[in-house]
Write a protein that binds this ligand. Structure first.
Ligand SMILES: Cc1cc2nc3c(=O)[nH]c(=O)nc-3n(C[C@H](O)[C@H](O)[C@H](O)COP(=O)(O)O)c2cc1C
Length: 290
């Protein structure tokens, strides 16, 4: 209860629920809707240009008078410094920053000096302890049930939470596979201060996701997700589907990060297989013209 209270106070919220930072999905409108509902909305910086990131922070600020945060996945940006500057520019509007996908150590003091509490996303108890030592105020302990990128240890949420809670003395928020009050109650019973939710929020009316995506999430069963990116050393949980089948088939050809990422980051909207066929067709046309 103490840790839950600490979380509520640090984030200025009514309920111990945090919207996970979400590439492409976590816009200002969704963050504001989550915050207006008494939880903690977050604008995601991944999958956005710097100016869109700024626009979404402004939008969240306009649409809610309640506290909201921003998520900075360090490894997603070739130069995170400009994102850091942007966050600092809006420090009066932002309540807290969550850092993921990289070493948070250099960034924690920068945000804390600006008066912003820092949440760090971790996937093992060891990283939880390290993040606490580096000055984190809150930990988001994310298990492998989570949608999106997972930690390489692939610990399940409910195996990770008690370990992380025992390793630190700051609030630990459970992320991964939580989608209702039962999940929240279970996380609290394991010592978590609250929960972070991602996938469920994608299926809301306020989310910018396409209706087909929302429908697919709503009709998905427990066994309908799979992992991609293993061929390049990653672990990313995604919804199964014909597009993912083709990505996984492409992964079997031994791609590099550079050849795989355009497909999984949405820069290519055709499947890798069709793309290969299309390239072949182009070559054929080229030959004919030649
Ligand atoms: C589409 C999608 C994108 C995500 N992008 C990010 C991200 O940019 N940064 C981050 O820290 N976590 C990201 N996550 C993880 C979420 O913040 C959250 O921890 C996770 O979704 C919780 O598990 P759940 O999906 O089972 O609710 C993403 C998750 C999803 C589903």
């Amino acid at each position: 209860m103490l840790m839950k209270q600490r979380l509520l106070e640090l984030l200025g919220i009514e309920y111990p629920i945090v919207e996970g930072g979400m590439a492409y999905i976590g816009d200002g409108n969704l963050a504001a809707a989550v915050s207006n509902a008494g939880a903690f909305g977050q604008v995601g910086s991944a999958g956005r240009t710097l100016s869109d990131f700024e626009q979404q922070i402004r939008l969240a600020s306009e649409r809610t008078a309640r506290p909201f945060g921003v998520n900075l996945p360090i490894g997603e940006h070739s130069d995170p410094r400009e994102r850091v500057e942007m966050i600092l520019k809006y420090k009066e509007h932002i309540r807290a920053v969550s850092i993921s996908a990289g070493n948070p150590k250099p960034y924690i003091p920068v945000f804390k000096e600006a008066g912003l509490p820092v949440m760090v996303v971790v996937s093992t108890a060891m990283h939880a302890a390290k993040a606490e030592q580096a000055g984190a105020d809150i930990l988001i302990a994310e298990g492998t049930e989570a949608g999106g990128h997972n930690g390489p240890a692939e610990l399940t949420t409910f195996a990770l939470i008690p370990q992380a809670v025992s390793a630190v003395s700051i609030p630990v928020v459970a992320a991964g596979g939580v989608a209702d009050g039962r999940g929240l109650a279970a996380a609290l019973a394991l010592g978590a201060a609250g929960v972070q939710i991602g996938t469920l929020l994608i299926a809301t009316v306020e989310s910018p996701a396409h209706d087909m995506y929302k429908q697919a999430l709503l009709t998905a069963r427990g066994e309908d997700t799979t992992m991609m990116e293993r061929s390049v050393g990653g672990v990313t949980r995604v919804l199964k589907g014909s597009y993912i089948d083709e990505v996984l088939a492409f992964e079997k050809t031994g791609p590099t990060r550079e050849t795989l990422y355009p497909y999984i980051k949405g820069r290519r909207t055709v499947s890798p297989c069709s793309k290969v066929n299309w390239i072949r067709a182009m070559l054929t046309v080229d030959r004919v013209l030649g």
